[in-house]
Structures are given as C-alpha cells and as structure tokens.
Ligand binder design. Structure first.
Ligand SMILES: O=C(O)C1=C[C@@H](OP(=O)(O)O)[C@@H](O)[C@H](O)C1
Ligand SMILES: C=C(OP(=O)(O)O)C(=O)O
Length: 455
C-alpha cells in the first residue's frame, strides 16, 4: 500500500495518537533492556505447536505479532500458559510460555493475522495439518502483502486452499489432518518468509519438504538460517548445503526449552540514538552469536561513525563527533532500512541504501513512505529501483506519517532526537513488536537505569 500523496507537514497539526518525539538535551548515558525477538518467538511458538511434547519458551516477546500468533495457535487447539520464570524473582522479568500441543490440530477456526508477516505466511502451512477448515485474514494493509508463492507451493505439496484470487488474504485452508509434502519450486524474491513457512511445518508433512527457489535473490537470508537453526534445535534434519535449496526430512519435532534473545532489530533505534544524540547506549544480553539480521547494526553503526563494542555484558555503542553517510546493500537485513534511513538523513555526507526493492511489500511500501516522510521534514531523498539515495539537507519539524508501520514510528523518534517538533503519527503502532516503545525511549533519554531481564 503506497502513501497516496506527498505529505503536508504542518508543525502543530497535532492529532489524537500523535506523539512529539523528544529532543535529546545532551549526550545519552543509558542501558536499555529490550524484550525478546519477534522472529524467534514466533518460530518457537510454531515449532512448539507442532512438537510431540510440551515446550517452554523463556522470556518470549509479548507484542501484537506474537500475541496474534499465540491466539491463532490456541484456536487450533494448542494450549499456551503463562508461567512465572524459574529461580529467584527478578525485577522486570516476564512470564515464560509453556506450550502444550494437541494430539491433532483442530480446524473450524478463524485466524486474525493483524499485519504480521510471520502469522500470515507461517500459519497456512500449519493450518493445512489441521482437521478442518481454517480462515486467515488480517488488517486492510495485510490484504495487499504478497502471499501468492506460498499459497501455490502449498497446493503443489498437496494442501487444499483458496485465496482472494490474486495471492492475498483472506485465505481459506481446508485442513485434512495431513499433507503429502515433497518437492516444490517457488519464487521467494518477495519474502524469505515463504521459504521459512514451508520449512517450519515440513517435518510434519508425510514426505517432508524440498524447497527450490527460482527467481531474483531471496531477501533476508539470515531469517532462513534462523528457521534452519531453530528446526535443528528441535531435532529436525535439515539440508541447506545447496544454494537456493532447502530439504527438511519427515520427523517428529522435539519439545523445546529455549530462552528468547532480545530483539536486535527493535534495538536499532536505541543504539542509533547514541550516534544521533551522542553519548553511550548499552544493550545487555546482545548475543555473541545469533542468526538475527539486526546483528548487522554493529557494522552499520561503526561505519557511520560510532564506537561499537560487544562483550559478555552486551553491546555498547558510543556516538562519535560526526554521523558519516553509508553506502550499503541491506538485502540481507531489509527490516533495518527505516532506522538506517533516519540516521542517514542526519548524516553530514550522502548515503545510498540498496538491495531492498521487496520492502515495498512490508507493513507499508517502505521506500515510498520513507521518501515521502523524510522529504516532508526537509530531507533530500530519492527513491531508486531498489532503495534510497539520501543527501544531507537541513531538517525541520512536522508531522511524520507512519502508515501502521512500527518501524516508521521508531524512525520518526530517531529523527526527533535532533529535530525539534517531529510529530510521530500513531506512535501506538509500535505495539506490533514493542508495546512499551515510548516508555523505553523516555527512559533512555532520562538516563534512568533500565531493568535488566534475566536471559
Ligand atoms: O521470518 C521473519 O521473521 C522475518 C523475515 C523478514 O521478512 P522478508 O523476507 O519479507 O523481508 C523480515 O524482514 C521480517 O521482519 C521478519
Ligand atoms: C517486515 C517486518 O515484519 P513482518 O514480520 O510483518 O514481515 C518488520 O518487522 O520489519
């Protein structure tokens, strides 16, 4: 869904839900503890729902995307209980999720996917294993996000489903309790989630699944590696040794007992703040090894002028004297584009973000949205075939529209650190992956010591 018209930025044109992004009054000195990863939480939930025994997810993310996933799985007969974490009570610790899979997934249910790519792409592959029909639908903007290749692939693998006729939600899956599986070729250049969906459910298909990708390069490949690693953690046998081919053998899925890493993409605006406002931001629990695409932030912020250090206590980012522009292919970490674009708009030299054509199909058309909204604040941004060119220009305040996109809202917050009067539209949209974004942001600016969650 493209932003229809260029923005009119009117300072003072405040509307309900608008939030005036606070300006940093001086260098930061903050420790920000981020909740769990959306991508890991939703993969673990799916695998736990398909497992042969009860699983425990420690420190899972509770946000709109993961609560929708949990609700959908409950509708399929999965039991998900909130259970206090084991051991000494720790301030700020969140309950675990204990997931009990049913003997057979039930059908006759409706799934609200919201705007969550992981729910709308992963769950048709799961629903095909249910015993009865399952209808999936979502927000109006979800109805334009691409789904066609995963729907066609599921048909090839023996599932019975209908879409809106053009490869979008709403989708009806007529689950028959089992899926033949086998081999399928698909074009996954619009989203890595098409491949992840088939692989996550694949062990439970009679013949397993072999997925071949044929098309322009698959984006967000670390997310496919995340899928492969979480499957292996659950005992599945996965062969990813051939480029563009993934094979999952038919097998049981073992119960999981996992701690969810903090969400590194959600950490993006916070660590970027150290560069934008100056000073130091620390993120405890930043993993030493991870499949999260957000780990690329370390390299990005370093090349834009920050001092970045990772040690056992977490990540420390210290802002430099200047923000340097960046020339970067974000194909592998496309969800970082709004954060990087916001920092680039404040840099003293030009930037070029490449390789992200497919983010036109994210929560909104992010290339159009960023071009319009950065431009509306005075930024000099040109949308290219596969990215953005950003040239230094003085920015001014104004309304920053967010198009129901959590990462547009957090990009507005980053700009507001330096630009007085940035009104972020509908800041509550950050609840998609980070319900307490505003509280954490204000805590960071106040330098308040953040609660450190146990990992
Ligand atoms: O599988 C996942 O958890 C995700 C995969 C990526 O999607 P695309 O491949 O559509 O970029 C990423 O951008 C999204 O935020 C989360
Ligand atoms: C693209 C994103 O989300 P989704 O999982 O809905 O695709 C994102 O979080 O930036």
């Amino acid at each position: 869904m493209s932003p229809a018209t260029p923005p009119a930025s009117h300072p003072g044109d405040d509307q309900p839900g608008d939030w005036t992004a606070p300006v940093a009054s001086g260098p930061l000195d903050a420790t920000v503890s981020l909740p769990g990863s959306k991508s890991l939480t939703n993969r673990y939930l799916v695998l736990a729902a398909l497992a042969s025994d009860r699983s425990r997810l420690r420190a899972p993310l509770r946000s709109r995307d993961t609560l929708l996933m949990a609700k959908a799985l409950r509708g399929l007969g999965v039991r998900i209980d909130d259970v206090p974490p084991e051991g000494e009570p720790m301030p700020g610790a969140v309950d675990d999720w204990v997931v009990t899979p049913p003997e057979v997934l039930g059908g006759d249910t409706r799934i609200d996917c919201g705007l969550a790519g992981t729910v709308m792409r992963f769950l048709p592959a799961v629903a095909a294993l249910a015993d009865g029909p399952v209808v999936l639908d979502g927000d109006p903007q979800a109805r334009v996000r691409p789904m066609g290749p995963v729907i066609d692939a599921l048909r090839t693998l023996g599932a019975d489903l209908d879409d809106d006729g053009a490869g979008h939600l709403p989708v009806t899956v007529r689950g028959r309790g089992r899926v033949r599986g086998g081999s399928v070729t698909m074009d996954a250049s619009a989203s890595s989630q098409f491949i992840s969906a088939l692989l996550l459910a694949g062990p439970r298909y009679d013949q397993g699944v072999t997925v071949h990708h044929d098309g322009k390069p698959v984006p967000s490949e670390p997310h496919i590696l995340m899928t492969v690693e979480t499957l292996r953690d659950a005992g599945a046998i996965v062969d990813d040794s051939e480029p563009n081919t993934w094979r999952v053998e038919p097998s049981e899925i073992n119960a999981l007992d996992v701690s969810v890493e903090p969400d590194l993409s959600n950490a993006g605006p916070f660590v970027a703040a150290a560069l934008v406002a100056g000073g130091t931001v620390r993120v405890p629990g930043w993993p030493q090894h991870t499949t999260q695409a957000g780990d690329l932030l370390r390299e990005i912020l370093d090349s834009m002028g920050a001092d970045v250090r990772l040690d056992r206590s977490g990540l420390t980012v210290v802002g430099g004297d200047e923000i340097v522009g960046i020339d970067i292919d974000l194909h592998d970490a496309a969800e970082l584009t709004p954060t990087v674009a916001a920092v680039a708009a404040l840099a003293s030299t030009p930037s070029w973000i490449r390789g992200v054509a497919h983010i036109r199909g994210h929560e909104t058309d992010r290339l159009a949205a960023l071009t319009a909204e950065l431009g509306g604040l005075g930024g000099s941004v040109v949308e290219t075939e596969d990215g953005l060119r950003i040239t230094p220009a003085p920015l001014h305040g104004g309304r920053f529209r967010t198009y129901h996109d959590h990462r547009m809202a957090t990009a507005g917050a980053v700009l507001g650190l330096r630009v007085p009067g940035v009104l972020v539209e509908d800041v509550a949209t950050t609840a998609k992956t980070l319900p307490d974004f505003v509280g954490l942001w204000q805590g960071m600016l106040a330098g308040s010591p953040a609660v450190v969650l146990p990992r």
